[in-house]
Design a protein around this ligand. Sequence first.
Ligand SMILES: Cc1cc2nc3c(=O)[nH]c(=O)nc-3n(C[C@H](O)[C@H](O)[C@H](O)COP(=O)(O)OP(=O)(O)OC[C@H]3O[C@@H](n4cnc5c(N)ncnc54)[C@H](O)[C@@H]3O)c2cc1C
Length: 465
Amino acid sequence: MTHALIVGGGIAGAVTAMSLHKAGIGSTVYESYPTGADDVGAFLVLFHNGLEALRTIDAHRPVLDVSFPAERVEMLSHTGDSLGIRPVSGRESSPGKAGKADKRGGAGRADEAGATDEGRSSAGGEVLGPRTLRRAALHRALHDEAARRGIRIEHAKRLVSAQTASDGRVTARFADGSSAGGDLLIGADGIHSVTRGLIDSQAPRPRHTGQTTVCGYAANVQPEAAPAPGTYRMIQGTRAFLGCTMAPGGEVWWFANTPGPELDRGQLATETPLQKARWREHVAGLFADDASPAADIVRATGDEIVASNAYDIASTPVWSRGPLIILGDAAHAAAPNAAQGASMAIEDSVVLAKCLRDLPGPGEAFAEFERLRRERVEAVVERSAQLNNRVVPGTRTGREQAEPGSAGPEASDPGGSPSSDRASEAASQGAPTRVPVAGTPRTGDANWLLHYRIDWETPAGAGHP
Ligand SMILES: Cc1cc2nc3c(=O)[nH]c(=O)nc-3n(C[C@H](O)[C@H](O)[C@H](O)COP(=O)(O)OP(=O)(O)OC[C@H]3O[C@@H](n4cnc5c(N)ncnc54)[C@H](O)[C@@H]3O)c2cc1C
């Protein structure tokens, strides 16, 4: 039986292992951290496409259990005025309702049908998503589910190199001196992937997007400053951007996009009370001159605050070599603004397993995987970069900023990617045409991003994910 070595026990690693298991392919996951779910900092949003991909392998329920709905987005200006409300995942907005924000529910209720329409499952059943959850809770839920299915996850195994033998088998070598052999090696080792460099020593390095993302959890936000349950309040400040939502129990989860250079580990640290206080005051200070509730929300934050550099990789030209392949952030890291990186990693994992199940060897499977996935994921990277370039004053090209850590306001308008305009323009100018692949802007489907569904039963190679 084929055995895969999966490097990285994050989102893509765990979902790939479960998908391969469903496909009848064995695997072992090798994670560099000594324990699971160490990345406790950020929270994120999973959209319908990511949750539906999890449903394909029957792994959505544990994730639903540790998440809560993200239904609508309320935009606020730096003056605290509401600029309207719209469904997180729909295209409708509620213009004309501008005015000072109703502190508990915003300037008006979003259309409930619109708020959920995008989330109807292809099977017509329950609505899946969008959902907010802590990254640590997602890791734990996926790891527990993988373990329940008998999948082995080894910790403290940091990949440092890999060798391919003449018979095509691969040996992974780890920093602790141990090694493991398998038929293929799947690099799910995230944005700073080692596997990417083993496949192509010329692979591009992550690019800093010109912003730092800070996330915090505030237990004591005054009711008038807090968003209503199910609502993402997105506040466009004069110097930074803040998004927040209320978790069950009343805690307000927030992220701020702040402009600035790439920071080193020491500068990002939020371990000691002093470091936490410095970050809290730094972020609150960016909103101090605004009349919005942003500064009050940040100041109500206790111990839980984390800061991270935002990166992306526009395109990684080589995804596979011999029995090695990369997926998820290792292959196509997007800036956090479109809030789709985790969903893309999940989709990748399921599609790759399906290709490995149905095609004769890794080479054919990897080629089909790339054909099905490259255009879609690169369109998402591009869209996130565009959002980054639009929102916060002072980032690379000086503009506003959407958000990381959760649903950006523009994530609610996923169909209108400029990529689709560019593709049709290229087509009209006689550029070589390729057969459109489902789930890409070129298909002309306005819902290409959120309506992506994987047909697990139909064999790979039939032109559909
Ligand atoms: C602030 C922020 C907010 C975000 N918000 C959202 C959001 O709202 N929605 C969304 O969909 N996405 C969001 N994202 C993006 C999302 O987190 C990533 O796209 C997603 O985590 C990618 O999953 P992955 O499994 O490919 O990589 P990761 O989750 O990074 O997992 C990689 C794993 O590999 C391990 N590893 C690394 N190197 C090695 C090695 N050499 N050997 C062994 N193991 C190794 C790591 O320890 C890690 O566990 C956000 C990202 C950030 C930074």
